[in-house]
Design a protein around this ligand. Structure first.
Ligand code: AMP
Ligand code: ZN
Length: 112
């Protein structure tokens, strides 16, 4: 298994756990881009959103719903952003699908 996030989910590489359930694992981003920066990662290895299939629909919804629940827990009532970077132009660097939850400051748009 040559995937950083699979290794983090398996506990082979340490992480700052924020949440886990049957479908996903969430932990603090090592290079936070906002006061709250959480990565929500499916336990299932899916290389990117482009590789997700119709059988992943429930999982994709669960990742977003989990982000909203974690945003409530982190008191992000002023707002927050969920982001999925896909492919080279999308800025994806880890090829295991993940949702970024960013909040705790005003975020710029467009993101650049
Ligand atoms: P992306 O660029 O969308 O693929 O996001 C990958 C994210 O993983 C980046 O925000 C990195 O800071 C983060 N990251 C990389 N390695 C680790 C790690 N060992 N622990 C936590 N976050 C990491
Ligand atoms: Zn993986």
């Amino acid at each position: 298994m040559d995937c950083l996030f699979c290794k983090i989910i398996a506990g082979a590489i340490p992480s700052s756990k924020i949440h886990e359930d049957a479908l996903c694992y969430a932990f603090a981003d090592i290079h936070p881009q906002a006061p709250t920066h959480v990565l929500i990662v499916p336990r299932k290895h899916i290389a990117s959103l482009a590789e997700a299939t119709p059988e992943d629909l429930t999982l994709l919804g669960h990742l977003q719903a989990t982000a909203a629940a974690l945003a409530r827990q982190h008191n992000l009532a002023r707002g927050y952003r969920t982001v999925i970077n896909t492919g080279d132009d999308g800025g994806q660097t880890v090829h295991h699908l993940h949702v970024h939850l960013l909040g705790g400051r005003a975020l710029h748009w467009p993101p650049g």
